[in-house]
Design a protein around this ligand. Sequence first.
Ligand SMILES: [Zn+2]
Length: 456
Amino acid sequence: MRKSRGGTILILLFFIALLGAALFLYQSPLFERDKPQITLDKTIHWNLKDPIALHVKDESGIKFLRITLNDGSNSIDIVNEVYENKEKEINLQIKYPRTGFLSQSSNLVLEVEATDGSLWNLFGGNKATAVAKILPDTKRPTVFVLTNSYKITKGGAALVAFKAYDENLKSLYIETNSGKRYYPTPYYKDGYYVSLVAWPRPDEKFSANIVAVDMAGNFTKERIRFFLQNRRYRESTIKLTNNFLSGKVTNLAQMYSRDFDQMKPIERFLFVNQTLRDENNKNIENVSTRPPKRLLGEKKLTPFYPLKNAAAVASFGDHRKYLYNDKLVSESYHLGLDLASTAQASIVSSNDGEVVFARENGIYGQTVIIDHGLGLHTLYGHCSSLDVQEGDFVQSGDVIAKSGSTGFAFGDHLHFGVLVQGVEVRPEEWMDARWMDDNIYTVLKNAKSLIDRHEP
Ligand SMILES: [Zn+2]
């Protein structure tokens, strides 16, 4: 028999075509081999109230999805669906089934099975599965106030001591009406906390709640009952003269603004009093906002007295309004106490602490900020020279700087500020032994004896 050469070539071509077709299909998106991606935590604390978010994604589209909840003996289908449109992305909010069929006390398991629309696996598609262990938790955290400062003054600080407990506590903070959060410090025994809070000077109203949230999203909100003491602060109107605008204002604008050359004198002032002030305040807030690392020293704080034999030359809280050509152009709050004695006088830290800031800060000039624990910080501005560095630990009585007039200052003086987790408060309170006893130390002492009564 004579072999046909043409026939052999034909058979060869047929196989090449078959291989090509197989290769084409193998690489075709119709036959892709990527499994759907299921985003689901391995362990979920569930309050059985808020839905669990589930996200499934697949390039060739999801064709089938099944979600079941299993309590060990029974299983319920929550989703069992074929998607004719082959969704590329499915976002589901899984709710706890209202059947009462599953026992809440046992450990539940959530099983997810997703199959995509690929023709791979003999047209069956790629299958992905995910399992989450569900820890049911329907109990709210326990929160109760032990004791707190009787009152809080507008622009001032107060202390609260409380208990907060949950097996799976996730976050704990005090939230005020303006949305500011204060983070408490553990105190004395497990589950007990203390925190300073502040009523910011510019705010007309104040209220504060302790908020505890657990891993399952159960939360408790407990109001702190303070007597609210309003306080009137000074309002002053300052007329801007060309002479004033050509002095320090011009120097500072030149130092800190890139657009100085295009600025009119009044624009230089607005830059210094607003843009630069905001930026400098942000720096202060950043270093003094961090959640407290430690309690106030075991040593009782002594009243602050940073400058010997000084006279107060401007008080905390002054609301300053600036007029230019009889028009209101800017306003600001003076959030420190200005003290003056002799030029380049020694500034001391009256209490132990860690230096968290020691550098130039715009309108505040050469500035030192010290962390005294419990979220309490003191600030020393307009210094002529600094005697400490960031990271230094100072002891009460240490000289930290010399007074001066760096930054937006006229004449040698100290701008003394006190901050509670980033909020400027009345320094006068922290310079008053009686106030500190009534509002801080008595509260801490009472809290201790109450805790001993609760946990003997
Ligand atoms: Zn000042």
